[in-house]
Design a protein around this ligand. Sequence first.
Ligand code: ADP
Ligand code: MG
Length: 372
Amino acid sequence: MSRPDNSQSTDARPASEPTPAEFVSVANLTKYFSVDSGLLSRALGSQERVKAVDGVDLTIRRGETVGIIGESGSGKSTLARTIARLQEPTDGSIRFDGEHIETRSESALKPLRRRIQYVFQDPLSALNPRKTVGESVRKPLDVHDIGDPGERWDRVVSLFEEVGLSSSDLDSYPHELSGGQQQRVGICRALIIEPELVIFDEPVSALDVTLQAQILNLINRFQRELELTCLIISHDLDVVRHVCDRLVVMYAGEIVEKGPTRDLFADPRHPYTRALVHAIPSIEEDSARDYEPLSEETPSAIDPPSGCRFHPRCPEFIDGNCINSKPSLKTTQDDNDRMVACHWRERSQERRKSHTPPSESERAVIKHELDT
Ligand code: ADP
Ligand code: MG
C-alpha cells in the first residue's frame, strides 16, 4: 500500500522546508454529557452534566503522531471522538485541514468520514459478527464507492497480507480470530480507504505484551510509509513512548501538559505527569525511587475540584491559589514546545527569572522547587 505522490517520509524532509502546517486544530473544545441524576433533580428540573472534555486547545500537524495519555475517565476517548465528529461538541471549534467542522451535519460530514478513521479498543465491537472479516474490510470501499468490485477485493487481499493476516482469514468470522488478529482486521478496515488521520483508541490494551509490540510496530510502519497523521490514546505510557512524536496529558477533562515525547519523559513538569512517568516500572531514576505514588481518589467528572483540578492529589500543592484559580496552559520559559498548567511550576519559573531567593517560610511551602 503506497501513495506514490506523497511517498517521502517525514525524516527525509529537507531542513529548509517549513514545518508541516497544522492539520487538525481544536480550540476551547468542550463536551458535556447530560446524565439522569435521579427523581429529585428531575422534579426540580435540574440536570447534572458530566464534564468529559472541558475547554481543550490542541493542534496536530500533518504527518505527526500525537499521543493522549491520562487515567481512565480523564476524557481521552471523548476528546478523540469529538475531534472525529463521531459526536457533536458542546462548545468550541474543530478545524480539519483548514475547514471548520464543529457544526457540520451528518450528510456534510460524509467526505470527512473517508479522511478520518477511528480504530476502537475492542475490534469486535466495530466488526459485524454476521459478516466475514474480508467483507467487513471491503465495506468502506463499497460505501465510498472506491474502485470496481474486483479491484476492491484485490485491495483487501493485499492489505491482509501487509498486516500479517493470511488470505484464508478473509472468510473467517470475527469471533473465530484471536485478539491480535481481530485488531489487525480493525487496522485493515481503517486503512483500506487511505485515510489521512487515524485515531487509535487504546489499540493494544486488550493484548498481551508480545502482541502489543507487533501491533505498535505495524502502526509505526504504516504511519511512516503512508505519512499518516495519527492520534493514539493510551492510559499506558509505555505504549505511546516509542510511537508518538508529541504527548498531551489529560486530567479531569483538561490538558495539563503537552510536549515532545522524549522531553516529557526525561523531564515531566506537571506533578501529575511526573506521577504517571514515575509509575512506569521501567523508569529507575533516583527521583523515582522516593516518589510517592498517586492516591486512588479520582476526581468527579460532574463536580470536578475547583481551581487546579489536580489540587486534592497534588504533592506540590502550594496554597489557596491552587484551590481558587485555574492555572492556564502556558509555554515554559526555556522551551516554546512545552506547555504546562501549574501554579507551582509557574511560581518556580518566576523566581528563577527574578533571582529572588525564597524566604524560609516560602521554602517550606514551595517544596522541591530548587531541585527541579
Ligand atoms: P477516557 O477515555 O479517558 O477513559 P472518557 O472520555 O471515556 O475517558 O470518559 C470521560 C468521562 O465522560 C467519564 O466520566 C465517562 O464516564 C464520561 N462519559 C463518556 N461517555 C459518556 C456518555 N456517552 N454519556 C455519559 N457520560 C460519558
Ligand atoms: Mg477511553
